[in-house]
Design a protein around this ligand. Structure first.
Ligand code: PNS
Length: 161
Protein backbone atom coordinates (compact mmCIF):
# COMPACT_ATOMS: atom_id res chain seq x y z
CA UNK A 1 0.00 0.00 0.00
CA UNK A 2 1.41 3.41 -0.98
CA UNK A 3 1.03 5.79 1.94
CA UNK A 4 1.86 9.50 1.76
CA UNK A 5 2.01 12.10 4.52
CA UNK A 6 1.01 15.68 3.73
CA UNK A 7 2.25 17.71 6.71
CA UNK A 8 1.54 21.30 7.60
CA UNK A 9 0.26 23.80 10.11
CA UNK A 10 -3.15 24.05 8.40
CA UNK A 11 -4.06 27.09 10.54
CA UNK A 12 -6.62 26.99 8.99
CA UNK A 13 -6.92 24.67 5.98
CA UNK A 14 -7.39 26.76 2.81
CA UNK A 15 -8.79 25.86 -0.61
CA UNK A 16 -5.16 25.74 -1.77
CA UNK A 17 -4.42 22.99 0.77
CA UNK A 18 -7.62 21.21 -0.19
CA UNK A 19 -6.63 21.19 -3.84
CA UNK A 20 -3.33 19.48 -2.94
CA UNK A 21 -5.11 17.00 -0.62
CA UNK A 22 -7.65 16.02 -3.27
CA UNK A 23 -5.01 15.51 -5.97
CA UNK A 24 -2.75 13.56 -3.59
CA UNK A 25 -5.65 11.28 -2.63
CA UNK A 26 -5.93 10.25 -6.29
CA UNK A 27 -2.24 9.30 -6.50
CA UNK A 28 -1.79 7.32 -3.26
CA UNK A 29 -3.71 4.49 -1.59
CA UNK A 30 -3.76 6.37 1.68
CA UNK A 31 -2.98 9.99 2.59
CA UNK A 32 -2.28 11.04 6.16
CA UNK A 33 -2.61 14.74 6.89
CA UNK A 34 -0.11 15.54 9.63
CA UNK A 35 -1.07 18.61 11.63
CA UNK A 36 1.96 20.07 13.38
CA UNK A 37 1.34 20.71 17.06
CA UNK A 38 4.17 23.11 17.73
CA UNK A 39 4.21 24.58 21.23
CA UNK A 40 6.65 27.29 20.16
CA UNK A 41 4.16 28.72 17.63
CA UNK A 42 0.94 30.39 18.67
CA UNK A 43 -1.61 29.30 16.11
CA UNK A 44 -5.10 30.73 15.83
CA UNK A 45 -6.59 27.23 16.22
CA UNK A 46 -5.49 24.45 18.58
CA UNK A 47 -4.13 21.28 17.00
CA UNK A 48 -7.41 19.51 17.90
CA UNK A 49 -9.47 22.20 16.17
CA UNK A 50 -7.26 22.06 13.08
CA UNK A 51 -7.60 18.27 12.95
CA UNK A 52 -11.40 18.53 13.22
CA UNK A 53 -11.60 21.16 10.49
CA UNK A 54 -9.49 19.00 8.17
CA UNK A 55 -11.69 15.98 8.95
CA UNK A 56 -14.75 18.01 8.07
CA UNK A 57 -13.49 19.23 4.70
CA UNK A 58 -12.06 15.83 3.71
CA UNK A 59 -15.08 13.76 4.81
CA UNK A 60 -15.83 12.83 1.20
CA UNK A 61 -12.29 11.52 0.56
CA UNK A 62 -12.29 7.99 2.01
CA UNK A 63 -8.54 7.37 1.79
CA UNK A 64 -7.61 10.54 3.71
CA UNK A 65 -6.84 10.38 7.45
CA UNK A 66 -5.99 13.24 9.80
CA UNK A 67 -3.65 13.15 12.80
CA UNK A 68 -1.68 15.70 14.76
CA UNK A 69 1.99 15.24 15.57
CA UNK A 70 4.70 16.75 17.72
CA UNK A 71 8.42 16.55 17.16
CA UNK A 72 10.14 15.49 13.98
CA UNK A 73 8.12 14.99 10.84
CA UNK A 74 10.30 12.05 9.87
CA UNK A 75 9.37 10.18 13.08
CA UNK A 76 5.69 10.72 12.30
CA UNK A 77 6.21 9.49 8.73
CA UNK A 78 7.98 6.35 9.94
CA UNK A 79 5.41 5.63 12.67
CA UNK A 80 2.74 5.61 9.97
CA UNK A 81 4.63 3.32 7.62
CA UNK A 82 4.79 6.00 4.93
CA UNK A 83 7.67 6.58 2.52
CA UNK A 84 6.52 9.78 0.84
CA UNK A 85 6.07 13.34 2.08
CA UNK A 86 3.93 15.61 -0.08
CA UNK A 87 4.28 19.39 -0.13
CA UNK A 88 2.68 22.04 -2.30
CA UNK A 89 4.76 24.58 -4.18
CA UNK A 90 3.04 27.87 -4.91
CA UNK A 91 5.82 29.97 -6.36
CA UNK A 92 9.58 30.22 -6.57
CA UNK A 93 9.60 31.94 -3.17
CA UNK A 94 8.54 28.62 -1.58
CA UNK A 95 11.34 26.71 -3.23
CA UNK A 96 14.30 27.56 -1.00
CA UNK A 97 12.53 26.66 2.24
CA UNK A 98 10.97 23.54 0.76
CA UNK A 99 14.30 22.38 -0.66
CA UNK A 100 15.95 22.83 2.74
CA UNK A 101 13.15 20.88 4.44
CA UNK A 102 13.24 18.06 1.88
CA UNK A 103 17.06 17.78 1.85
CA UNK A 104 17.26 17.76 5.64
CA UNK A 105 14.57 15.12 5.93
CA UNK A 106 16.35 13.01 3.33
CA UNK A 107 19.60 13.14 5.30
CA UNK A 108 17.75 12.05 8.47
CA UNK A 109 15.78 9.36 6.63
CA UNK A 110 17.16 8.37 3.23
CA UNK A 111 14.30 5.92 2.68
CA UNK A 112 11.74 8.76 2.69
CA UNK A 113 11.26 10.96 -0.37
CA UNK A 114 9.51 14.31 -0.70
CA UNK A 115 7.41 15.03 -3.74
CA UNK A 116 6.00 18.41 -4.71
CA UNK A 117 2.71 19.26 -6.35
CA UNK A 118 2.45 22.67 -7.91
CA UNK A 119 -0.52 24.52 -6.51
CA UNK A 120 -3.46 25.20 -8.77
CA UNK A 121 -2.82 28.65 -10.34
CA UNK A 122 -6.09 29.83 -8.86
CA UNK A 123 -4.58 29.47 -5.37
CA UNK A 124 -0.94 30.25 -6.08
CA UNK A 125 -1.06 33.46 -4.02
CA UNK A 126 -2.95 31.97 -1.09
CA UNK A 127 -1.63 31.39 2.44
CA UNK A 128 -3.28 30.79 5.81
CA UNK A 129 -1.47 33.83 7.24
CA UNK A 130 -2.84 36.19 4.60
CA UNK A 131 -6.35 34.80 5.03
CA UNK A 132 -6.14 35.37 8.80
CA UNK A 133 -4.95 38.92 8.25
CA UNK A 134 -7.84 39.67 5.89
CA UNK A 135 -10.28 38.21 8.42
CA UNK A 136 -8.78 40.28 11.25
CA UNK A 137 -9.62 43.42 9.28
CA UNK A 138 -13.15 42.13 8.55
CA UNK A 139 -12.37 41.41 4.90
CA UNK A 140 -14.21 38.78 2.88
CA UNK A 141 -12.48 35.39 3.17
CA UNK A 142 -15.15 33.33 1.43
CA UNK A 143 -13.07 33.06 -1.77
CA UNK A 144 -10.25 31.33 0.06
CA UNK A 145 -11.83 28.90 2.52
CA UNK A 146 -14.49 26.21 2.64
CA UNK A 147 -17.66 27.95 3.97
CA UNK A 148 -17.59 25.99 7.28
CA UNK A 149 -13.94 26.93 7.84
CA UNK A 150 -14.56 30.61 7.00
CA UNK A 151 -17.34 30.62 9.63
CA UNK A 152 -14.96 29.08 12.22
CA UNK A 153 -12.33 31.75 11.54
CA UNK A 154 -14.87 34.54 11.99
CA UNK A 155 -16.16 32.93 15.23
CA UNK A 156 -12.65 32.46 16.60
CA UNK A 157 -11.67 36.06 15.89
CA UNK A 158 -14.89 37.27 17.55
CA UNK A 159 -14.11 35.14 20.64
CA UNK A 160 -10.65 36.65 20.78
CA UNK A 161 -12.13 40.13 20.52
O1 PNS B 1 2.43 24.47 6.80
P1 PNS B 1 3.86 24.70 7.22
O2 PNS B 1 3.90 25.51 8.49
O3 PNS B 1 4.67 25.31 6.10
O4 PNS B 1 4.49 23.25 7.54
C1 PNS B 1 5.81 23.12 8.00
C2 PNS B 1 6.11 21.68 8.48
C3 PNS B 1 5.07 21.21 9.47
C4 PNS B 1 6.13 20.75 7.31
C5 PNS B 1 7.54 21.72 9.14
O5 PNS B 1 7.60 22.78 10.04
C6 PNS B 1 7.88 20.43 9.88
O6 PNS B 1 8.06 19.39 9.28
N1 PNS B 1 7.98 20.51 11.23
C7 PNS B 1 8.23 19.38 12.08
C8 PNS B 1 9.61 19.47 12.73
C9 PNS B 1 10.69 18.87 11.83
O7 PNS B 1 10.63 17.73 11.43
N2 PNS B 1 11.71 19.70 11.54
C10 PNS B 1 12.85 19.27 10.75
C11 PNS B 1 12.57 19.31 9.26
S1 PNS B 1 13.73 20.32 8.48
Amino acid sequence: MKIAVYPGSFDPVTLGHYDIIERTSKIFDKVILGVLNNRAKSPLFSAGERVNMLKEVTASLPNVEVQSFEGLLIDFVRQNGAAIIVRGLRAITDFEYELQLAQTNRVIAPEVDTIFLTTNLKYSYLSSSIVKEIAEYDGDISEFLHPAIAARVREKLKERG
